[in-house]
Ligand binder design. Structure first.
Ligand SMILES: Nc1ncnc2c1ncn2[C@@H]1O[C@H](COP(=O)(O)OP(=O)(O)OP(=O)(O)O)[C@@H](O)[C@H]1O
Length: 250
């Protein structure tokens, strides 16, 4: 069951212009990259999908569940742009705490935390204080926190921002492997050239409106003929950014 936005509108403050002005969108299966320039509304969309924000009008639902229901929140995991280490907690405690917040029993959360840290190659740091971890290690803790309670949709907000190219490659491989038949991953990024070809699907956002959503090969087909392979994703992105918003696609 996927997350569906139906005429979803959202703005900051009561009277503020909507940042998301009436969005219809279904989070695709597999691994989807969410592209868009600064301020397009990517983080806002992810927060709406996570249930952290509620729409001003319209709905965000998963099957019969509205995004404000706890049963919905248990099905999704959101990784913010910045992972804040919790004072005094070890990596394992921080991940287990997230699991507990999502309704897991303490012993289950404790076991699942180690398993999640293992999936991100951090099991050997499980007992290190989160404050002592490097930026990259802390991001892994963030991914482990997203994995700990077995969510069906992972919402990752620019998890590779600020990483060096090598670190980014390792991290990207890790994230690509998280999507399965049962688990959807929606990840925002600025890193168009690197990521588009590894994703199953691409969604492009412009001023809170979707200009493209579909399989990666269909996205890349927007690159003008003769564009060199290395530049296709970027050229396709430029082309879809100029498209009119998608009106109906589901
Ligand atoms: N807390 C806030 N209060 C008021 N306006 C906000 C707030 N957060 C975001 N905005 C505004 O909402 C719009 C969308 O912001 P959002 O962070 O969702 O975009 P984004 O695509 O994630 O951008 P970036 O790539 O720079 O992270 C921007 O115009 C931004 O200034």
């Amino acid at each position: 069951m996927s997350i569906a936005f139906d005429s979803c509108s959202f703005g900051y403050g009561r009277a503020g212009t909507p940042v998301i002005p009436g969005l219809d969108y279904i989070v695709p299966d597999g691994f989807t990259v969410l592209l868009g320039p600064n301020g397009a509304g990517k983080s806002t969309l992810l927060k709406l999908a996570s249930g952290l924000y509620q729409p001003r009008s319209g709905t965000v639902r998963m099957g019969g569940l509205a995004s404000r229901e706890f049963a919905y929140l248990k099905q999704v995991a959101w990784m913010p742009q910045t992972i804040i280490p919790m004072t005094g907690l070890t990596a394992r405690e921080q991940v287990a705490y997230t699991g507990w917040l999502k309704g897991m029993k303490k012993p289950d959360a404790w076991d699942a935390a180690l398993a999640a840290l293992d999936r991100v190659n951090m099991a050997d740091r499980a007992d290190v204080r989160a404050k002592k971890l490097s930026g990259g290690q802390l991001r892994r803790v963030g991914v482990a926190s997203a994995l700990v309670h077995g969510a069906r949709t992972l919402l990752l907000d620019e998890p590779t921002a600020g990483m060096d190219p090598t670190q980014r490659r390792v991290f990207r491989d890790l994230i690509t492997g998280l999507a399965t038949d049962e688990v959807r991953v929606l990840m925002s990024t600025h890193d168009i050239a690197d990521l588009a070809e590894e994703a199953d699907q691409v969604t492009a956002l412009q001023e809170g409106r979707i200009t493209f959503t579909g399989p990666t090969h269909a996205f890349l087909a927007h690159a003008p003929q003769g564009t060199p392979e290395a530049r296709r994703a970027e050229a396709a992105y430029t082309a879809v950014s100029a498209l009119a918003p998608v009106q109906e696609y589901w």
